[in-house]
Design a protein around this ligand. Sequence first.
Ligand SMILES: [Zn+2]
Length: 336
Amino acid sequence: MAEHRIVVPGVGGSSPLTHPIPWINMSTNDTLQLGLDIGGSSIKYGWGCKSGLQFFGSIHHQEKSLAGFKQSIGLILEECRQKVGLDRIGAVGIGTPGTIDLQSSKLVGVNPNLPFWTNLDPRDLIPPDLNIPVFCDNDANVMCLAEAWLRGPDKKVAGITVGSGIGCGFVIDGKIYRGAHGYAMELGHTTSFADGEPCFCGRNGCLEAYTSVEGLKRRMQNIPGAEDKLFAGSGLRELLDFSQDRIEARRIIQEGLKTLARGISDLVVILDPDVVVLGGGAMDGGLYSFEELVQTAKSFMPLQNAERTSVEKALEGNRAGVLGAVILASQGLGSF
Ligand SMILES: [Zn+2]
């Protein structure tokens, strides 16, 4: 397990991103927050405070089930207990795939990658006898929270994650915008094409069905060779390999880029953010050319939006989710 240290600029000085916070000066009595970023294949985790992470690690799901998740969380808690002591953990923050209903705190809708992960409260992953408060939110919201915090809490930041699905969040005044019921910012399930391709959510023509890894795989199903190469469980690597020498597959990816660009443009027209942050495994992995995506998105925007809104790559990559979960936990405790 790799250990990294990152620091948030603008908190306790103007340290550059690459300069680690002097953790050795932290008192052993300082309260830490534990951040968990639940993904389709692994849980990334770490602990730290509002100024940054002290520890970062990742654990692969032994088995994709509720019992498997609880087993992984048990190992993480044990590692945390051994390294810093659970009595130093003030709160746990969790970023998870799916939409969380504000009233019931339960996941709603379907999770194609994690079919069992619905209609339950993610906070129940943490044993109640630990008596540690737990705060959770959608993973894209949490990633966006970290990216917004890294850019300064006064910034209005929209974030989009491109992976097996499409995630989206918006942070305003340093806080996640959740909407009236917790359902806000589901860009992936806005309708890109009326009567279009089926989406895993059960509707048709969603942006996610045209732009995500799983959506693209589904669209390539009828291309010769797809049944062998784009099997269930295959990911970005297989998708990129498959499309390398197949014109039709490349056309579908290109259509995905254009559809995502239009989605980014629509988001900017509606929200007028300072920054749109693009992250997620498929974005990092080169599914779309970042430059072409930005250029195409800006070509769709009204001039005043294109000139004033910045579209940027995520600063913290796969650690943003954990940092965001730590910030979420701090905010939940009312620390800032
Ligand atoms: Zn959908």
